[in-house]
Design a protein around this ligand. Sequence first.
Ligand code: FAD
Ligand code: FES
Length: 322
Amino acid sequence: MRWAADRWYTVGDSFDKVTADNRYFTNAKLAPYSALYRILYMVEQTLKVLKNTKLARGTYQLTLGAGGAFALTAGQFINIRIPGRAELLLKRPFCIASAVRETGVFTVCFVVTGKGTEQLSMCAPGDLLQADFPLGNGFTLMPSHKNVALVGGGAGIYPLLAACTMFRGVSFHTFLGFRSAEYVCLTQEFESSSQTFTLCTDDGSAGTKGFVTYEFEKRLKSGGFDAVLACGPQPMLAALQQIMRGYPHIYAQASVEERMGCGVGACLVCACAVQRGGKQHNLRACKDGPVFMLEELDFSAQNSRAHGSASNQTKGDTSCPT
Ligand SMILES: Cc1cc2nc3c(=O)[nH]c(=O)nc-3n(C[C@H](O)[C@H](O)[C@H](O)COP(=O)(O)OP(=O)(O)OC[C@H]3O[C@@H](n4cnc5c(N)ncnc54)[C@H](O)[C@@H]3O)c2cc1C
Ligand code: FES
């Protein structure tokens, strides 16, 4: 069942702006369903699939048209309703990998891990998708950050592509890790936007053999980096946090990829342990993140689940509803 909105919110309307409008509360019939309505449908937009490209083994890139310009920062994400699978109640979150803000054309890339991503991999040009976007807080860099390292693993590389194509006046040094050569993708896109580029695979079938954090650490002393932006499986981020403890003067941010429910801050499925001001806080990855300062993330709480390279990935609790 779907209740029709009496207003079609435009691309770029924030969730707060939409709820501040409060229009649906004025309809007595909708009032009992308002919380559910808010979670499921309130900020949905229609997107057109323009292209579906297979990038690597089980890895796809969807080019989507929003039909108009929208504001976006690198690291923000989109929550997509899975088409044709009514039993998959929850939308699936994906980072925006690249975007032309003026035209509203953007890409998301994903690795097939379950029913939702499998269904998305079958999308064809012309298909319409329903989604909420752009959501969450993206990466931030200061004007003094001129030499920035990007460290990504597996499916965690996509928001870093957005970073290296959207931030201007910055030299990027990219370090990417994959399970093996058959999963390697988007290297040309990264290479063309980076001053230096390092590729690692767990089995050495492409680039250097070994974990990406190891290659990054080797370059850290001489690299002269003023900032690090990262995304990848939780063990990769935990290893990076450990390394960066030796370099507290270097600004470091990481995007976490918790399992999500509503994607807009209402259900707390995505609670993520963060140490701030000497206290532990459970913040919402969808609304307060997904980008956090790396040193704040509390991996010992074992509640931060990331996706991507299987090399050192631990699968998270899958008990939340689909
Ligand atoms: C903010 C955010 C951004 C993301 N960006 C991307 C992206 O750009 N590209 C991409 O490929 N994936 C991304 N993910 C992960 C992606 O959302 C999941 O892979 C997807 O929801 C799985 O849906 P499914 O129905 O195919 O799998 P399901 O049937 O729901 O689950 C299948 C398997 O995938 C695992 N899984 C499900 N959700 C997650 C998750 N959030 N993190 C880690 N493992 C998960 C489950 O534990 C399970 O083992 C992102 C997640 C978040 C929270
Ligand atoms: S997914 Fe519902 S609060 Fe974050």
